[in-house]
Design a protein. Structure first.
Length: 452
């Protein structure tokens, strides 16, 4: 059984704090189902791949790397693209920023909370920093533990998430706990010590949508997972050295849910079938960069242009029929059609659709510099309008993408995509994921095909 004897106390009601701490500390490779092992390997490779692809992005990444260089950190954990060695928290910060640079990392359908990017950089940084070599099985178990904690926390909000964009940035907030879970598993923390790691994670956990979605000029979209990875590593290391913070960080009177979510959460889903059913298997592995809600629209537009052999000059207007969540990513229209930053571009359905039409799926990755100012994409974006339709709302799922192209010859073409490629109902193959996410796909494919 996955859960330790620490939480097997029939004489009292054991809260989610203790159960998740016990699960995170005790999870080992030989207790993982085969599909979780395969999915975790894929998550590790996908995260590395999107970080390598993101390393070419100049907005935010160079500044973070310059900041870390100025800190004069030295250690054993590497920045993946460059091989520069840093202390584990610093390396986790750097690699997570790179992995978020294109908004290409995996995500849950609803609530739209990122998973692997909040876990993999922390686990790999600590694995590299250990004095004794860490084998792949231990790494997989640590990543699986962290991803499941992130997914359970996300699922607990599902009944109360509502429509539109929330105030709290739950990917970042929860990421402190998931990174601490993976880091603590890697360090071999006891269940009791993992409780302190979670308590220390609460003391750092923060993050709202302001700098990520609403700010016109901000590196927040690439930065937030870096902060939670760094904080999770620090929480686990502090607990490892005896720093105490044992309480009820999730369900306490001033715990995470009471403080940030008005005590509105599903307590049962946090622990139901914990260790036997893995909610982390429900992740979407993205087939293209940018916010997930844009992918159905971009896929529909691409399909229409391919099926009808259209050139950009053939398209007079583009209409997007959007639900409430998609509407947030279309307004204000002036910003979404001509984004002022890479973060704004990655959050814009009109701009991502325009980039897809102008470049195709593989060449639409650049969101900063010349990519953000590409004349062809901006010309298409200027011809895109959107219509809010409440009937397209999906309070507990991903909204569909409806695209109508009006051609210069007067014809109208339309297509609806309910779930984009990479959704669990339309999964990418491992080979497809490797080829899709990484500029160094040959190297990653070799890693994927290694046994163990």
């Amino acid at each position: 059984m996955v859960l330790s004897k620490f939480i097997k106390d029939s004489g009292r009601s054991v809260r989610a704090d203790d159960r998740l701490a016990g699960f995170s500390a005790d999870l080992r490779f030989d207790r993982l189902p085969a599909e979780v092992i395969a999915h975790t390997k894929l998550a590790i490779l996908d995260t590395i791949g999107v970080a390598l692809a993101g390393s070419a992005t100049k907005e935010g990444c160079d500044e973070v790397l310059a900041y870390l260089a100025a800190e004069n950190g030295s250690g054993r954990a590497s920045v993946w693209p460059s091989g520069v060695l840093l202390r584990p928290g610093q390396a986790a910060l750097a690699n997570a920023v790179l992995a978020r640079a294109l908004d290409y990392d995996d995500i849950l359908e609803f609530p739209q909370i990122h998973v692997s990017v909040c876990v993999v950089p922390a686990a790999l940084a600590l694995a590299q920093s250990r004095s004794a070599p860490v084998d792949g099985r231990r790494l997989i178990a640590a990543v699986a533990a962290g991803c499941e904690v992130q997914s359970r926390l996300a699922a607990s909000l599902k009944p109360y998430f509502g429509e539109g964009l929330p105030t709290m940035l739950s990917s970042q907030v929860f990421g402190y706990f998931s990174a601490a879970a993976a880091s603590g598993n890697m360090l071999g923390l006891s269940c009791d010590t993992m409780r302190s790691a979670f308590g220390l994670a609460l003391m750092q956990a923060a993050g709202t949508e302001e700098m990520v979605v609403h700010a016109a000029e901000s590196f927040g979209k690439s930065l937030y997972a870096g902060l939670s990875n760094q904080g999770g590593v620090q929480s686990a290391l502090m607990a490892h050295h005896g720093i105490l913070a044992k309480g009820e960080p999730l369900e306490g009177r001033a715990g995470l849910f009471a403080a940030y979510y008005g005590a509105r959460y599903d307590a049962d889903v946090l622990v139901s079938d914990l260790g036997t059913r893995f909610l982390s298997l429900e992740r979407c592995v993205k087939a293209m960069p940018g916010t997930l809600v844009s992918h159905a629209f971009a896929e529909a537009a691409l399909q229409l242009t391919r099926d009808n052999s259209l050139r950009q000059a053939d398209i007079a207007r583009v209409r997007l029929d959007v639900g409430p969540w998609g509407n947030v990513m279309c307004e204000p229209a002036s910003l979404r059609r001509r984004p002022t930053s890479a973060s704004a571009a990655m959050n814009s359905i009109p701009f991502i659709v325009a980039k897809a039409i102008a470049n195709g799926p593989r060449r639409a990755r650049r969101f900063s510099g010349r990519g953000a100012n590409q004349a062809e994409a901006l010309a298409i974006a200027a011809r895109i309008d959107h219509v809010l339709r409440q009937d397209l709302a999906r309070p507990l799922g991903l909204e569909p993408g409806l695209v109508t192209l009006t051609l210069n010859d007067g014809r109208g073409l339309n297509m609806r995509v309910d779930t984009p490629l990479g959704h669990p109902s339309r999964p990418l193959s491992p080979e497809g994921t490797v080829a899709n996410s990484a500029p160094m796909s040959v190297s990653l494919r070799t890693l994927w095909n290694r046994p163990g």
